[in-house]
Design a protein around this ligand. Structure first.
Ligand code: SF4
Length: 369
């Protein structure tokens, strides 16, 4: 778990009306060929998801479960193999050409690696201004002041307009990536592990920046991460993915307090706790065996070869994602009935129980990363 200090997530309005992004039965299979197709990687295998305007949906799961592929399919960077995608009430599953180009203005992405996602041969001004030039939303003469305003907005010095990415720290580079993502004033930003490559001391600054921008620009986030404390801090709702499918989805308080899917329970039990007195009361669930291959996923429930609650039915009948008594959605025949974790499982970076240094005592809060 990251040791970070971030300000509490601000109040956000309740979800109302039509979702901004809706996925229905979305699949993405990558063919495996040896002269002809001999199989397929089932990276995403039937996902239903809604993201409402102004909310942050956190997407968690272990490496290789299909989170990033799902995000890229939702962004139409990958063609879906099956299913439907709606954005802002419009079916965008098969849009192409100018229509897809126009869609790009409303959907942007912040990438995981702030080093690899910036062209080292371009100046920061050129990188942040690229979407403005490509989409011609601003006259050429106004691009520089617009980019400098964006730099100011994300906490960068506008005088560094002509500097190159290697002259910035990791946190500053991620700020450049964020500035580029908001340049076209999008409605949705997909954040693909935006803080995983950063030092823990810098993570909170980027999270706070994303949170401030969300309030200021009325942004909607699909936030992908594997750090459960980060996801808890930034998200309104959380979806847990396992082997290409959604295992559980709920409001963050419900999911963290009372997980229903055994996989969610295992994930939460594995989060380290800084306080040794609380940590020793916690029961950790160790999952046996390796993650099954997405090339040949197991029959029935995909989690059954590793599940500590599996019964005979689990290996033959695939569980549907259904509403549990506590209101969350979970795909399990034998959901957890009570809390299996005795201690608080995740320390929220914004929790008031953490000791937050005063602004005068913490030098890192007073400077941009
Ligand atoms: Fe475990 Fe069975 Fe539930 Fe799957 S359906 S998570 S194997 S208890």
């Amino acid at each position: 778990m990251s040791v970070i200090e971030a300000t509490p997530t601000p109040y956000r309005p309740k979800r109302t009306g039509e979702p901004l992004l809706r996925l229905e039965g979305v699949k993405k299979h990558f063919p495996i060929t040896r002269g002809k197709q001999i199989g397929a990687v089932h990276a995403v295998d039937g996902v239903d998801l809604e993201v409402h305007p102004g909310e942050t949906l956190g997407l968690v799961g272990e490496t290789g479960c299909g989170k990033s592929t799902l995000a890229r399919v939702a962004m139409r960077l990958f063609e879906p193999s099956d299913g439907k995608i709606w954005f802002n009430g419009q079916d965008i599953t098969r849009v192409k050409g100018d229509e897809l180009r126009a869609l790009r203005r409303d959907m942007q992405m912040v990438f995981q690696d702030p080093y690899a996602s910036l062209n080292p041969r371009k100046t920061v001004g050129s990188i942040i201004g690229a979407p403005l030039r490509l989409h011609q939303t601003v006259p050429k003469s106004k691009i520089k002041p617009e980019v400098q305003e964006l730099m100011r907005l994300v906490g960068l010095n506008p005088e560094h307009y002509n500097r190159y990415p290697h002259e910035f720290s990791g946190g500053q580079r991620q700020r450049i990536g964020v500035a580029r993502a908001i340049a076209l004033k999008p409605k949705l930003i997909v954040c693909d592990e935006p803080v995983s490559a950063l030092d823990v001391s810098i993570q909170a600054q980027i999270l706070n920046l994303l949170s401030d921008l969300q309030s200021e620009l009325n942004l909607t986030y699909l936030f992908i991460a594997h750090d459960l404390s980060v996801v808890k801090h930034v998200s309104d709702r959380v979806a847990v993915m396992y082997l290409g499918k959604i295992a559980e989805m709920a409001e963050k308080e419900t999911l963290y307090d009372s997980p229903k899917h055994p996989y969610t329970g295992a994930l939460l039990s594995a989060v380290p706790i800084a306080d040794p007195n609380i940590a020793k009361k916690k029961k950790q669930i160790i999952l046996e065996g390796d993650v099954p291959s997405p090339i040949d996923p197991p029959s029935g429930c995909r989690f059954h070869p590793r599940c500590y609650r599996a019964q005979e039915r689990c290996s033959v009948e695939e569980p549907e994602l259904r509403v549990m008594d506590s209101g969350q959605l979970a795909a399990c025949h034998f959901p957890l009935e009570t809390r299996i974790i005795d201690a608080p499982t995740v320390t929220d970076p914004g929790s008031s129980t953490r000791s937050t240094p005063s602004p005068s005592s913490c030098w890192s809060c007073r400077r941009s990363s």
